[in-house]
Write a protein that binds this ligand. Structure first.
Ligand code: ISE
Length: 335
């Protein structure tokens, strides 16, 4: 029978995942949606025939209504949803970040280890994007030589009112903190955040764009332009510099239109379309693995490492000083 997924949080990402599981993912269906906001809950339930609504995850667990849980609440609520789901021994796909600081991530690691097996996959979906996978393969096979530098750009047209200065790191750069070491095959050892001239179109409470510099253990240098008021569209690109070549991913593609004196290709408006394939691949892979009692993507340990990078990233965002990352040895449980 189908794997029954409980989606917790029916905001933008949660609602998107409900539609995805219902229409695209095979072998699974949404059996429960959890959200304390009645209007959001009712809207999401319309996209999931047969699913039941709950205000609290505990109520869905008490009724044994789910075989696995997809957590798509805001990050600060993740820990309180993760812990009861771990106690129930359920496979979990947790949207990024795992939690919003290293201490709470560490508590989650301990709770997961107490269950005796890895139950958590973290929603760093870029690892499931076809072009990111191709680039990782190019790094590994050294067809163009060794990787020397990565030049990344992460641009959003605008951000919601809930987005704060720290969100530049905790909500946005969090993706590069996961995907860069995965691409390069080497962990981040230090980082530094610099401010560009302030974009006059950014909301009053924000100061951006920023430039994040990272150094990896193997000497690869990484620069990232993080920009959340670029207006024109959503764009995430990477240029990789090798001994004897460069590679670019995330460039605009699709139909080119010559019209009214210009030529061009349509841009994405937000991440739900830019990373649609990545999200589809991620959720399908999670469902297939969960049915076998395993995970097949970024682990809670990856989530912990990223939480440490975010903590140092926020510190550097606030005082401009470089930071080194102090990550403990990977526990045997996660090897
Ligand atoms: C958002 O939360 C995401 O996860 C997107 O992938 C990212 O591009 C955006 O900047 C974040 O706010």
């Amino acid at each position: 029978r189908d794997f029954r997924v409980g989606v917790v949080g029916a905001g933008m990402m949660g609602a998107d995942h409900v539609k995805r599981i219902t229409s695209t993912i095979s072998g699974a269906r949404v059996s429960a949606i959890v959200d304390p906001d009645e209007a959001r809950l009712a809207a999401a339930l319309e996209d999931a025939p047969g699913a039941k609504g709950y205000a609290r995850i505990e109520d869905a667990l008490d009724e044994s209504a789910v075989d696995g849980v997809l957590i798509a609440t805001p990050g600060f609520l993740h820990e309180q949803v993760l812990l009861p789901c771990l106690s129930a021994g359920l496979p979990i796909l947790c949207e990024k970040p795992l939690t919003t600081d290293p201490e709470s991530s560490w508590r989650v690691l301990e709770a997961e280890q107490a269950t005796g097996r890895q139950l958590i996959q973290v929603g760093f979906m870029r690892r499931f994007d076809p072009e990111y996978r191709q680039l990782r393969e190019l790094v590994a096979n050294e067809q163009a030589g060794e990787l020397l530098m990565l030049r990344c750009a992460h641009r959003n047209p605008a951000v919601p009112d809930s987005y704060q200065q720290e969100s530049l790191i905790n909500d946005s750069v969090v993706h590069e903190f996961d995907v860069v070491p995965w691409l390069a095959g080497s962990p981040i050892v230090s980082l530094e955040v610099k401010h560009a001239r302030r974009n006059r179109l950014t909301p009053e409470r924000l100061k951006e764009p920023i430039l994040v510099l990272m150094e990896l253990e193997n000497g690869t240098l990484v620069d990232l332009e993080m920009n959340v008021s670029i207006q024109f569209g959503y764009q995430v690109t990477t240029e990789a510099v090798f001994d004897s070549g460069i590679a670019r991913i995330g460039e605009s593609h699709g139909m080119q239109l010559w019209h009214q004196g210009r030529s061009g290709v349509a841009e994405h408006a937000d991440f739900t379309t830019r990373f649609a394939t990545a999200y589809d691949n991620q959720v399908q892979t999670w469902v297939d693995a969960a049915r076998q009692g395993t995970i097949a993507g970024p682990s809670a340990w990856d989530g912990y490492r990223v939480a440490v990078a975010c903590q140092e990233g926020v510190a550097s965002l606030l005082d401009g000083k470089p930071r080194t990352l102090d990550i403990p040895k990977t526990p045997a449980f996660y090897l």
